[in-house]
Write a protein that binds this ligand. Structure first.
Ligand SMILES: NC(=O)C1=CN([C@@H]2O[C@H](COP(=O)(O)OP(=O)(O)OC[C@H]3O[C@@H](n4cnc5c(N)ncnc54)[C@H](O)[C@@H]3O)[C@@H](O)[C@H]2O)C=CC1
Ligand SMILES: O=C(O)C(=O)CO
Length: 324
């Protein structure tokens, strides 16, 4: 079985695969492969360990008929056309749980950074604008006892809610596909409809998995229904928000601030107007970027491939229906 890894991953995963005698090829170039180069190499392999947001659509599956499995180096699987994989009985594995802490840490960090205007204040020093103490300048807001609204209360959303409750005694409301009984019991989280989530949240943090149905759900209409002191946080996927509408909301006092770890497109251009705002903090998709999480993700991805190699079910599989 031949495995292609399109970008290097932590050694922990590579060693596991090598111990099993699995034949791996890691993309030797530091460059991102063109679509054609990527497909050509995938055609010559049985398994793809995919790092990053390559579009694994119907065309990809059609062009790579030899593929027997895909191991994602991510928990999100929005870049994979699952019906296309299912049609060909190709299992798709992901890396759940091991990155929930790290990613929720980034959501929490962005929330506080926006509340205290920290990125902008840092830029002021760099730009020589730190002047004498001014009682009316640089004012942020405190989060104690405020309401956190979570859109998509799954693994990462739960960790974010837990931190916000522990640190600031925040009240938790959430909107999800179904009730999260654990969060209701442990965090006293209250299920609300989407409209209520918008109108009652002081901080609204997006943690849902992305699908077309919720493309740009956070748009002009949604921001208009939010509180004017609200902070919008998105660490899920950039396609959840409409960037022009967010810019309008931030520059017209529709909402108070925003923190993004994900943008649309990625990477964001350096002259993007959002980067110049005092009430917007942006990070370059670093939610899972800790040694701990990335090592564990490499191990999960390797375990998925080893299972395939041993004709077993992938332990972390997003389309278990292929095994029926
Ligand atoms: N910024 C980063 O580096 C990272 C971003 N992520 C993103 O976070 C997402 C969530 O990850 P997990 O918490 O592990 O997933 P999860 O599957 O545990 O939680 C997602 C929740 O969203 C809910 N949901 C899905 N569609 C919905 C809809 N239309 N309306 C309401 N709720 C909906 C699901 O029911 C589920 O409870 C990933 O899919 C990925 O896109 C994940 C890891 C790192
Ligand atoms: O896991 C994911 O879905 C990411 O976005 C990066 O870790």
């Amino acid at each position: 079985m031949k495995v292609f890894i399109n970008k290097n991953i932590p050694e922990a995963g590579i060693l596991l695969l090598q111990e099993k005698g699995i034949n791996i090829t890691v993309n030797p170039t530091e460059n991102v492969l063109s679509r054609n180069e990527f497909i050509k190499i995938c055609q010559e392999n049985d398994v793809l360990l995919n790092v990053g947001a390559n579009n694994l659509d119907e065309d990809f599956f059609q062009q790579c008929p030899n593929l027997k499995g895909i191991a994602l180096f991510s928990v999100g699987f929005d870049a994979v056309n699952i019906p296309s994989a299912n049609k060909r009985k190709i299992p798709v594995g992901n890396t759940p749980d091991v990155l929930s802490r790290a990613t929720s840490d980034i959501a929490f960090l962005l929330m506080q950074s926006v509340a205290r205007k920290s990125f902008y204040s840092h830029k002021k020093i760099i730009n020589g604008k730190w002047e004498s103490f001014n009682a009316l300048e640089n004012l942020g807001q405190e989060l104690y006892g405020k309401t956190l609204g979570i859109f998509g209360l799954g693994r990462i959303g739960f960790e974010m809610a837990q931190k916000c409750k522990a640190a600031f005694g925040m009240n938790i409301i959430y909107h999800n596909r179904s009730h999260n009984e654990n969060a209701e019991k442990e965090l006293d989280a209250k299920y609300v409809d989407f409209e209520t989530l918008l109108s009652k949240s002081d901080v609204l943090s997006v943690h849902s998995n992305y699908s077309e149905e919720n493309n740009e759900l956070f748009n002009k209409n949604a921001f208009a229904k939010m509180k004017s002191n609200a902070i919008f946080i998105n660490t899920a996927r950039g396609k959840f928000h409409n960037e022009d509408d967010l810019f309008y909301a931030l520059t017209n006092n529709v909402i108070w601030g925003a923190g993004l770890d994900v943008t649309n497109p990625e990477p964001m251009k350096k002259d993007n107007p959002l980067l110049s705002l005092s009430n917007c903090c942006i990070l370059p998709h670093i939610g899972s970027a800790t040694y701990e999480a990335r090592n564990a993700m490499a191990v999960c991805a390797a375990q998925n491939i080893i299972a395939l190699f041993e004709n077993k079910k992938m332990p972390f599989c997003v389309n278990e229906e292929v095994y029926l």
